[in-house]
Design a protein around this ligand. Structure first.
Ligand code: IFM
Length: 444
């Protein structure tokens, strides 16, 4: 099975890449990294499937050259990776871990040696435990701690990265982790969530300013979006879906690009935001050079009689991935169009993550992940359509290069273009890898 798109269907300079993150692949027990809140969250019964952690993960820390060889051999232009705060600063502040800095130095050089553009994300969720002890994202001081970490790592690699973004998926850092309790630190508290939502944006703006101060360019922001479809035509369901969209999708874009939070989110969050939050917008709105959108699915939303936000997810009829997520490619075009129209204007937009989990297995040396090829094909069609609409989409990154640690769901959910056997750590490129490689070589 092949992809129906080829490189020639995209403009010159359009960036095709694959994305990963530090804790999900590196092997956090290696190389002197400090304890993170994911280690303690996973060690607490009931939080993570089989209490799995990122201790070894894909052992990318040791095998990164093989992994980058695979990315380059696929014909990819770029590799999106993240830098582990706790690997660089084991205590979160203070003395850097020289092995950690050396690792990212080697990693960036290894990308450049293979012709891969290094696309860095500073924070993809592994908060150093000593900072979690101080309140983590609930503590306003995190903006300064994060700014300091930004300078330490970027003084080392900032001269060679193609792009940099401070924080992957603010919604997950704040809402999923402090309101829904599904990710570390596992809180279910609206005050904690409101503060984290604001502080994550303050930290974003602080990091952008620090990187500008170092003379860096091509700085962006990466948000995740879920399409919110009302469960039915009732006004209650429509209003609930609007609230879901405001909290999930518009809060962070509103803060960064408009210096304002959406009214439907403030109606519940305002009493819990830190005093003087409006005064932080000059920092939060630091200009960026591009926006990254991570997109996977839609949710069908009904009204819930409980307290604000009064939203409930209901099952939908569309085909689903191994995550149980509905496959709704049209949502990607919706978000690309809306970001361009309402928030980012002429700024380039990258699809910084898109992909699906599938119950893949190796049979006779092959992984026939045809569902993933169909998924990528349908979403690339939406990218092309958005471009035809006039949206300056500048690149597309598959999540993920490798099967990896899917957080609270452990190692069961396989998102990779490359299969990883978590016993032998053998890598096996899947059919989707070969299909993408062929498409990137083809002219039509
Ligand atoms: O694995 C995650 C990644 O860490 C962030 N974006 C979504 C992916 C799939 O759930």
């Amino acid at each position: 099975m092949r992809l129906s798109h080829a490189r020639a269907n995209f403009p010159d300079g359009f960036v095709f890449g694959a994305a990963t993150s530090a804790y999900q692949i590196e092997g956090h027990a290696l190389g002197g990294a400090g304890v993170t809140h994911w280690d303690t969250f996973a060690a607490t019964p009931g939080n993570v499937v089989r209490a799995e952690t990122g201790a070894l993960a894909c052992d990318h820390y040791t095998r990164y050259a093989e992994d980058l060889d695979l990315a380059a051999a696929a014909g990819l232009d770029a590799y999106r990776f993240s830098t582990s705060w706790a690997r660089v600063l084991p205590e979160g502040r203070g003395t850097p871990n020289p092995e950690g800095l050396d690792f990212y130095d080697r990693l960036v050089d290894a990308m450049l040696a293979r012709g891969l553009k290094p696309c860095a994300t500073l924070y993809h969720w592994e908060l150093p435990a000593p900072l979690a002890d101080l309140g983590g994202w609930r503590n306003r001081d995190i903006a300064g701690w994060f700014g300091d970490f930004t300078e330490v790592i970027m003084r080392r690699i900032g001269d060679r990265v193609f792009s940099a973004a401070p924080i992957n998926e603010p919604w997950c850092v704040a809402w999923l982790s402090h309101f829904l309790g599904q990710h570390a630190p596992g809180l279910r508290d609206i005050r904690a969530a409101a503060r984290a939502m604001h502080h994550v944006l303050l930290a974003h703006g602080t990091a952008i300013a620090r990187m500008r101060g170092l003379g860096m360019g091509n700085l962006g922001a990466v948000v995740n979006h879920e399409y919110a479809a009302p469960a039915d035509g009732s006004p209650e369901a429509v209003a609930a879906a609007t609230r879901y969209d405001a909290i999930y999708n518009r809060f962070f874009l509103g803060g960064m690009f408009r210096g304002a939070y959406p009214a439907e989110a403030l109606e519940g969050l305002a009493p819990h935001l830190p005093a003087g939050w409006q005064d932080d917008f000059p920092t939060i709105t630091q200009p960026v050079d591009w926006l990254g959108i991570n997109y996977y699915t839609r949710k069908r939303i009904a009204a819930d009689p409980g307290p604000w936000p009064g939203t409930a997810e209901v099952p939908g009829p569309l085909p689903k991935t191994q995550m149980g997520w509905e496959i709704y490619p049209e949502g990607l075009r919706f978000f690309l169009d809306r970001a361009h129209r309402d928030y980012t204007g002429d700024l380039p937009i990258y699809v910084t993550e898109n992909g699906m989990a599938n119950a893949d297995s190796v049979q006779d040396g092959r992984v026939a992940d045809l569902a993933r090829i169909a998924y990528l094909d349908a979403h690339l069609a939406q990218v092309r359509q958005a471009r035809a609409d006039g949206v300056p989409v500048a690149g597309y990154f598959v999540w993920s290069l490798l099967d990896n640690y899917e957080w609270a769901l452990g190692y069961d959910k396989r998102f990779g273009l490359v299969h990883v056997d978590f016993d032998s750590l053998r890598r096996t490129p899947k059919d989707s890898y070969h299909a993408l490689k062929a498409a990137l070589r083809r002219d039509n």
